[in-house]
Design a protein around this ligand. Sequence first.
Ligand code: AMP
Length: 614
Amino acid sequence: MTFSELGICPEILEAIEVLGFETPSPIQEQAIPPALSGADILGLSHTGSGKTLAFSIPALESIDPSVRSVQVLCLAPTRELAVQICREVDKLALFLDGVSAVPIYGGSSFGPQLAALKRGVQFVVGTPGRVIDLMEQGELKTDSISMLILDEADEMLDMGFQEDIDRIVAMLPEDRQTLLFSATMSPAIRNLVESVAGAPQEISIERPQLTVPTCEQIVYEVVFSSRIEVLSRLIEMGRMKRGLVFANTKRVVDDIVDGLLARGYAVDRLHGDMPQTLRERVMDSFRKGNLTVLVATDIAARGLDIDDVDTVVNFELPRDPEDYVHRIGRTARAGRKGRAVSFIGRRDFSLLARLERFVGVRMQREKVMTGTQVEEVRRESLVDEILEKAASVTELPEELNDIDMPVEQLLAAMFNLLVAKTSRELQPIPEDRPSKFSRPSRATDDAGTPVEKGNDWSSLQQSVTLFMNGGKLLGLRPKDIAGLFYNEGGAPKGMVGDIRLFLKHTLIEVSPEIAPQLIERLGTCHICGYEVNVREDKGRPTSVGNEPHEREFRPRERERRGASYSGRNNSGIRRERDARGNSGFLGRREAYGRQERSERVFYDKFSKRPRRRD
Ligand code: AMP
């Protein structure tokens, strides 16, 4: 199939030729013809499938260049994606005279975006928050919009944009065409599709499997300082005969190698600063089985082509999901079984959720093995080794011939001696201690079956602290927050622990197992009429005073997460419309008083008590 067979106009075909694309991808092949003929589409396809072209081409063709008003509105979850889509649209519109596109997103000034709208741009790609702001200000007129596109709809729902999308859709002409794209299907997406597009034509593109099913993917929550010990325990339990350990920097690679060498393991390193000849020597040694563990950075491991790595360890999670796929692709090759073990810290939950979404696999949460467990496994494997050896031994060594002692006694002494000789004194780590989180587990697996104790983090009785940028000043009470977490966040009963309310923020302890879901669902959410954000608590920055977390919510940070920043005060809090539809933001001064005043004054001002005179 060629692009010209899809019924695309000559100007866009010319642009596609300039871009160098020769054949349409499956999503383009299946979505472009019906979309060109005016059908609503639900495209289930992942990033990298060519979906941007699949919706941009029909969208551009639907535009009448002589009409200088917005005709296509495309919503995207993040600023980066909005900009990227706009770039592709610009390239495709190279030979379409009088057609232009603009990205609109929060966290940047309104000026250039308003100027583009006034100039008569026809294609708007925006994040929901800023789109609503401009619509409500009357700057983004909706009457000529004939096509709505929702890109990465699942991501938008995960980020809490459902309400914003509903508000935008309510302002659009009903006879518009709707193209909705999502990487995953869920009941929430199904509802969204029904409400915005009715019964669209459904196109589903199978994603190539990124990881192989024979590779077990396991996650341990381990503080950074315990990781070398946990790695050693993995080796000692005989779970790593030929392991590849990945770290993000050369310095960490060196630390791991030093730590393992000090414990007596056969280990070496690979990183970019090593001369090629040395690297080749190390790789050769690993290939020949002279090393139990090879520790490497992503770049250094590129040339490594070894089939029988039994375990890959992510000592640190990679930032880029592609790197995760490359790393764990070193094990479970050629139909063999393999394991990928990832160490994560408390701050890695959202990154872990992103990786899981990318590979489309939920990783198995496991408890770090305690010293006693390691000891037991070690003794068991010694017995196995002895039995294996015994099978080939037929004669008693001469030295033992004349010993007059019961065989059991002799055997026990030999075994104890062997245990003592092969044992390493285990270093105690915080993960060995039972944790303070004491709520009962209600965990279920993907199929809804209760997870057995010992398999899941909840049974570890640990907790993760989440941060919410609203507190007593908004009049919040613990029960409001518990309600939000259980009802909106979908936390199973008993998974929310202590709720500590401060003036402008709240810290909420939750079970680690439910934390990623809560961060996703409550990333941007509403409580008692205020829009707030929930995320993992990053702790106190050193340079800040009483209410440190407020400072962390800078526009950049929020925008990176895709939320529009327009019209919000410096704490990222925006007031909802009241019952009469009067909007109005709770201004910074109105809410907290001037920044330089003390917290006491802010509180008085907010609660409308008489203000203290300065
Ligand atoms: P997307 O899924 O839209 O994010 O597209 C992923 C990448 O594939 C982008 O870099 C596109 O430029 C590229 N791409 C889109 N369509 C084609 C095609 N038909 N042939 C080759 N590359 C394409």
